[in-house]
Design a protein around this ligand. Structure first.
Ligand code: CMP
Length: 137
């Protein structure tokens, strides 16, 4: 059993896609162990994406992630880290497989609707960034 972090990004929440996105996870047997809606400050977005600080798109990414609310979830299930990424599809929606969240809903590599932790270490850090242990059940 693994836990991982999923974020429904501002473009997904703005377009009322929260239910449709959650359904894609639940239909695959992934359980929501924690969930909240919040708006990231620029500082929080910078801290969350600190690993991308040197990338040319960092400023754009921080502006986008803090422009309106997001929904953050701790997902739980067998191989949840990889399965979350499979359900999301490739980072660039133009390369995402049919049926994935990004193929279905995303317009660009910048506004790609969902985030998912990419390793066990990232999952532990990213879940802890948003949730106290007592909020996960
Ligand atoms: P995510 O999986 O949340 O991790 C880092 C994010 O940076 C990525 O999704 C994209 O939203 C964003 N990103 C990656 N590459 C680019 C790019 N070339 N231009 C703009 N944003 C990007």
């Amino acid at each position: 059993m693994e836990r991982t972090l999923s974020i429904i990004k501002p473009d997904g929440v703005e377009r009322n896609l929260v239910g449709k996105i959650i359904t894609k996870f639940e239909d695959q047997g992934i359980r929501i162990a924690a969930l909240k809606k919040l708006q990231l400050s620029k500082k929080q977005a910078e801290a969350f994406y600190a690993v991308h600080k040197a990338r040319p798109f960092f400023g754009e990414l921080v502006d986008f992630m803090s422009r309106s609310p997001v929904v953050v979830m701790c997902l739980e299930g067998e191989n949840a880290i990889q399965r979350n990424r499979d359900i999301m599809g490739a980072t660039n929606p133009a390369q995402a497989a049919e049926g994935t969240i990004r193929k279905s809903f995303s317009k660009s590599i910048g506004e790609n609707t969902v985030h998912g932790s990419d390793s066990a270490e990232a999952a532990a850090n990213e879940v802890a960034f948003f949730f106290a242990a007592s909020e996960i059940c």
